[in-house]
Write a protein that binds this ligand. Structure first.
Ligand code: ATP
Ligand code: MG
Length: 429
C-alpha cells in the first residue's frame, strides 16, 4: 500500500475553522493601515538567492542555516523568501519608486519560509504582515509605526498582553566601534563562550548579545554597553522617538541587548513581546535600516519597518479567548425546500434576496433531503432563521420563517415582503 501523503513538516494547513480568525486579524490590520495612509504591495515568493545573501547578509542565521534554496531548470539559484524587506527594496529600486526622495509607506502580507526546528509558534512556512517606509529619516515615522501597532493591540484586545522593548543601535560607524570593543572583550574570554557565540564572534558578534546561553549571558554582564558608543545624532533621534511614545502614553522598556539578527539595522530597533506563548514570544519586530538600499546599489535611502508573525498573533488571540464569537457563524439564513418545484422557487427567491440584501449570508440547502435532515443542517449552519418552502407555501406564494435561536413562533411571510422582514429581523439582534 502506498504511504499516506502528508504536508511537509512545519508547513501547516490552515483549516476552515481557523481561517475566520486569520481574516479577522488580517482585515483589522489592513483597515488600520488604510486609515494611516499606507498602501499594499504584493511581491513574488521566489527571488534570486543573491537578493537575500546581499540584503540579509552572510553570517546571519537566516542566510546561513534557514533558507530554502534550489537550482531551477535553468540552473539559477532561487530562494523561497524568508522575509519581506529585501524583496520590497528590490521592487522599489527596480521600479524607481524611491528615487528623488519619494516617500513610500507600504505594507505586505504573505507566507515566508525558513528551515527551522518546528515547534509551537515556529514553523517552516509562516506568515507575516509587514510595513516598510522609505525616505523618512526622522524619529516621527519610527514613532508612527509603533503607534500603529499599539492601536492594533488595542483593537484586538491585546494591549495588556504585549510589552514594547526598545533600543537604538546608533549609526553604522558607532555600531562598528562598539562591535570592535565587544569583540575585544569577548576575545579575551573566548573559551568561556558557547559554541554558537564563538562562531558569531567572527561572523555576527552583536548577535551574541541575545544568546540564550546562561554562561554567555553571565559574561555579558560586564561587557561594554552599546549606549556608551552611540553617536550624538543617534542619541537625539532616540530621544525624539521616546518623547513621542511618552506623548501618546505608550510604555516601553529599554533593552540594550536587543540587536535584531540582521546586519542592516541602524538606530531604532524594537520588539513587541508577550509572555503568554512560551519561548516564541516576539509577535512583532522591526527597526530602521538606513543602510540597506545602498547595500543593493541604490542611492542612500532611509528606511524603517517591521514584520509581525501572524501565527503567533492568532495563537495569542486563541489563548486569551479574544476571537469574536460572531466569526464562527457563517450563515444568517438557511433555505429548506421540499420537492422539485419548491427547489426551483427557492433558488429564484434566494437570488432575489441576495439582490435586495447584499450583505445577507444565505445558504440554500443542496442535496434535497427529508424535513428532519434539512432542519438539522439548518441548525448546524449557525443560521438564525430557516426559511421553509414546500408545496403549500408554493401555492400561496409564501415561505415559513422559523427562528432557530429562540422559541418564537414560525411565521408565514409573503415572498414580496420577505426581504424587508428579514432585514428587520436581522437588524434586531
Ligand atoms: P525569532 O527570534 O523568534 O527567530 P526573528 O528575529 O528570526 O524571530 P524576524 O525575522 O524579525 O524574526 O520576523 C518577524 C516576526 O516574524 C517574528 O517576531 C515572529 O513573530 C515571526 N516569525 C519569525 N520566524 C518565524 C517562524 N519560523 N515561525 C513563525 N513566526 C515567525
Ligand atoms: Mg529567527
Amino acid at each position: 500500500m502506498s504511504k499516506t501523503l502528508q504536508a511537509i513538516r512545519g508547513m501547516n494547513d490552515i483549516l476552515p475553522e481557523q481561517t475566520p480568525t486569520w481574516r479577522y486579524l488580517e482585515n483589522t490590520l489592513a483597515e488600520l493601515l488604510d486609515g494611516y495612509g499606507y498602501k499594499e504591495i504584493r511581491l513574488p515568493i521566489l527571488e534570486f538567492t543573491e537578493l537575500f545573501a546581499r540584503g540579509i547578509g552572510e553570517g546571519t542565521d537566516v542566510v546561513d542555516k534557514e533558507m530554502y534554496t534550489f537550482l531551477d531548470r535553468n540552473e539559477e539559484s532561487l530562494t523561497l523568501r524568508p522575509e519581506g524587506t529585501a524583496g520590497c527594496v528590490r521592487a522599489m529600486l527596480e521600479h524607481g519608486l524611491t528615487g528623488g526622495g519619494q516617500v513610500q509607506k507600504l505594507w505586505y502580507a504573505g507566507p515566508m519560509f525558513r528551515y527551522e526546528k518546528p515547534q509551537k509558534g515556529r514553523y517552516r512556512q509562516f506568515h507575516q504582515m509587514g510595513v516598510e517606509v522609505f525616505n523618512l529619516p526622522g524619529p516621527d515615522i519610527d514613532a508612527e509605526l509603533i503607534v500603529l501597532t499599539w492601536r492594533l493591540w488595542k483593537q484586538l484586545g491585546l494591549a495588556d498582553a504585549v510589552t514594547l522593548q526598545l533600543n537604538s543601535l546608533g549609526s553604522s560607524e558607532a555600531r562598528a566601534r562598539y562591535r570592535d570593543a565587544l569583540v575585544a572583550y569577548l576575545q579575551e574570554r573566548y573559551d568561556l563562550l558557547d559554541e554558537d557565540s564563538q562562531r558569531r564572534l567572527t561572523t555576527n558578534p552583536l548577535r551574541i548579545l541575545d544568546s540564550k546561553n546562561g554562561g554567555t549571558q553571565a559574561l555579558l554582564v560586564d561587557a561594554p554597553t552599546l549606549h556608551d558608543y552611540l553617536d550624538e545624532e543617534s542619541v537625539a533621534h532616540f530621544e525624539g522617538l521616546k518623547a513621542r511614545l511618552d506623548a501618546v502614553g505608550i510604555r516601553y522598556e529599554i533593552n540594550q541587548k536587543l540587536v535584531r539578527g540582521l546586519d542592516y539595522y541602524s538606530r531604532t530597533v524594537f520588539e513587541w513581546v508577550t509572555d503568554k506563548l512560551g519561548s516564541q514570544g516576539t509577535v512583532c519586530a522591526g527597526g530602521r535600516y538606513d543602510g540597506l538600499v545602498t547595500q543593493f546599489g541604490g542611492k542612500p535611502t532611509p528606511g524603517v519597518g517591521y514584520a509581525m508573525g501572524v501565527e503567533r498573533l492568532v495563537l495569542l488571540l486563541e489563548t486569551l479567548g479574544l476571537v469574536p464569537e460572531a466569526l464562527n457563524s457563517p450563515a444568517d439564513v438557511y433555505i429548506c425546500a421540499f420537492g422539485e418545484a419548491a427547489e426551483l422557487a427557492a433558488l429564484g427567491l434566494s437570488e432575489q434576496l441576495r439582490d435586495a440584501l447584499p450583505n445577507l449570508r444565505l445558504v440554500v440547502n443542496a442535496g434535497a433531503g427529508s424535513f428532519k435532515s434539512q432542519f438539522k443542517k439548518a441548525d448546524k449552519s449557525g443560521a438564525r432563521y430557516a426559511l421553509i418552502l414546500g408545496d403549500d407555501e408554493l401555492a400561496k406564494r409564501v415561505v415559513g420563517c422559523k427562528p432557530l435561536r429562540d422559541d418564537s413562533e414560525q411565521q408565514s411571510i409573503a415572498w414580496d415582503a420577505l426581504a424587508e422582514h428579514l432585514a428587520a429581523c436581522l437588524k434586531q439582534a
